[in-house]
Design a binder for this molecule. Structure first.
Ligand code: GAL
Length: 324
């Protein structure tokens, strides 16, 4: 039994690092869980499971050594940056894990957060979108894309960019029943959320179709569809510290969203939304309980709670047991 807020281990006994992540149910019947892993040289790890209890580590699917390949639009293609001795001395000792020695070279890791992966039927590719930063600060505010032919192989990095020139931080992906995919991310220094419809190959933004919650500082978006309506969970903007979660609903992804209403308690039970998993007709909230920066990051845990409804409004109650 997986307990909420405790460290979880994979089937080899390693701590499960899939923070800020996302689960994809593949056609092979496995649930693939992707998430942030800040160990030296690593960006994104992948685990898989059939029962959501026993997680098999499948690999570090995006790392400083991942293959890179340009795509048809202009992107930033480097997966690390050169650092000088002074920067190395400064940052390697304070444990931010953004500056490392790798293959005898001192490098600055970029920062990859909130990776999400969708399968694109049209191209047969697994397409990852994530939040990209330069590893020093949060000024790049860009979206990263990578692809793979299998769910758990080495992803090819296609670079990072600012959608239509906009800032893009906390993010998520949502795939509708007809295969149309959307990328949702925090823009304008996190003041607004943007909803972009993706191109049919999921490799670019096609159109900015919505700008809900103007200046309401929403982060950590998670979108799901229930009975023909679109629900979005999000947090407020307080860094690693948890805050009151909120939900909103819309009739279409490009439509008008309802006013934000509370979801969970004043700290969302000490968590921030990562994603919603739908299984056997149930909607399941997965949140991160963040440890913080540097080494504390690795003490981050997860909480998994079933979303219930009262008068059509989604809510969660805390339970020790992970609800999947
Ligand atoms: C949070 C965000 C996380 C991470 C963190 C860094 O607000 O949701 O993904 O970026 O800030 O402080």
């Amino acid at each position: 039994m997986l307990e909420n807020g405790k460290l979880w281990y994979d089937t080899n006994g390693g701590v499960l690092h899939a923070h800020g992540g996302h689960i994809l149910l593949d056609k092979d019947g496995y649930y693939y869980w992707y998430g942030e892993d800040r160990r030296a040289g690593v960006y994104v790890s992948c685990y898989r499971s059939k029962d959501l209890q026993n997680w098999e580590f499948r690999g570090h699917v995006l790392t400083v050594d991942s293959p890179t390949q340009p795509c048809r639009m202009r992107t930033k293609l480097a997966l690390s940056r050169d650092v000088d001795d002074a920067e190395y001395e400064k940052y390697s000792t304070i444990g931010v894990n953004a500056v490392i020695e790798h293959r005898g070279k001192k490098i600055g890791k970029i920062n990859v957060e909130r990776p999400k992966v969708l399968y694109c039927e049209k191209t047969g590719k697994y397409v990852m979108w994530a939040h990209y930063e330069n590893g020093k600060d949060y000024s790049d505010a860009a979206a990263l894309i990578a692809t793979c032919d299998t769910p758990d192989g080495e992803f090819v990095y296609h670079g990072a960019f600012n959608p239509f020139g906009h800032m893009s931080r906390d993010c998520t992906l949502f795939k509708d029943e007809d295969g149309t995919a959307y990328f949702i991310s925090a823009s304008r220094d996190n003041l607004d959320l943007h909803i972009y419809r993706l191109t049919p190959d999921y490799m670019n933004v096609a159109k900015l179709v919505g700008t809900p919650f103007q200046a309401e500082l929403r982060e950590a978006p998670a979108v799901y569809k229930k009975d023909g309506k679109y629900y979005m969970l999000s947090s407020w903007c307080t860094g690693w510290a948890p805050n009151q979660g909120k939900w909103a609903v819309a009739d279409s992804m490009d439509g008008d969203w309802s006013l934000l209403e509370d979801f969970g308690d004043e700290t969302t039970f000490d968590s921030q939304p990562a994603f919603v998993l739908q299984k056997d007709g149930r909607d399941i909230y997965v949140g991160d309980r963040w440890g913080g920066n540097g080494e504390k990051f690795f003490t981050s845990t997860y909480i998994v709670l079933e979303i219930r409804y009262k008068d059509g409004k989604p809510y969660i109650e805390f339970d020790e047991k992970a609800a999947w």
